[in-house]
Design a binder for this molecule. Structure first.
Ligand code: PEP
Length: 252
């Protein structure tokens, strides 16, 4: 039985002071929800402040990206050992990183390997664009992203990996996938691809989240499906009532 996981990707929102306010409002309510793994992913600058606020809670902290090298001349980048000082999780390969910052399956792969080396749980994002969806290429695209992003990863690490299926056309658009479509991709494409990489047991241990316009009103539809193990939430993770309701809906 996989423990459901709900992660909030705050993206480039919230100063440190605003992050503190949001956590003050949200964390006691989230902390009461047992049986769901809860993760907050604020911007880098707020990680330290939020880490100290979460110290006595059941909530995990994640970064939104990281470099794969542990130090060096990489201006503006943040290393895995730096992330590890504050976080247990790191989002890797988000479609915004792929679209705007040149992230490729190869850089995703390096980052996943580095995350695992440092004991971080990578939340590896995959998903097709609207054009690809409309051309019937979803399975091919996400399979390629999984095979490239997770190439060479030892199957002993499989249970430490989280995958997020985030159709690009559903992110921030208010047009979520249907639960049925997401579950089909999870079950028939992603779980199968993971099984080819890590064996059936390895694939069974990996949580596959859905992401893309998840709200308090549609969350239950997703979590009703057996292969949807939680959600990666963007916009709604900045709204305490929404995020708490989504997290409650993930309870099995
Ligand atoms: C995301 O950015 O990962 C995301 C799913 O965003 P939203 O929930 O706003 O669609």
């Amino acid at each position: 039985m996989r423990t459901p996981l709900v992660a909030g990707n705050w993206k480039m929102n919230k100063t440190v002071a605003e992050a503190r306010d949001l956590v003050t409002t949200m964390s006691p309510r989230l902390n009461e929800i047992a049986g769901v793994e809860k993760v907050l992913c604020p911007p880098y600058l707020a990680l330290m402040a939020v880490a100290s606020m979460l110290a006595d809670t059941d909530l995990g902290l994640g970064a939104q990206d990281m470099h794969w090298e542990e130090k060096g001349a990489f201006t503006g980048e943040v290393a895995p050992n730096m992330v590890k000082e504050f976080c247990r999780y790191v989002i890797i390969g988000h479609s915004e990183r792929r679209a705007y910052f040149g992230e490729t399956d190869e850089t995703v792969n390096r980052k996943v390997a580095a995350a695992l080396k440092y004991g971080l749980t990578p939340i590896v994002c995959v998903g097709e664009t609207l054009d690809q969806y409309e051309s019937g290429l979803t399975a091919e695209v996400v399979r390629r992203q999984i095979n490239g992003g997770l190439a060479g990863i030892d199957s002993a690490n499989a249970p430490k990996i989280v995958v997020a299926y985030e159709p690009v056309w559903a992110i921030g658009t208010g047009k979520a996938s249907s639960g049925e479509n997401a579950n089909t991709v999870h079950q028939k494409v992603l779980r199968r691809a993971l099984s080819e990489l890590f064996g059936a047991d390895g694939a069974d241990a990996i949580r596959i989240l859905y992401g893309g316009s998840v709200t308090a009103s549609n969350a239950a539809e997703f979590f009703a499906y057996p292969d949807i193990d939680g959600a990666l939430v963007g916009g709604a993770s900045l709204k305490p009532d929404e995020f708490v309701a989504i997290t409650k809906a993930a309870l099995r």
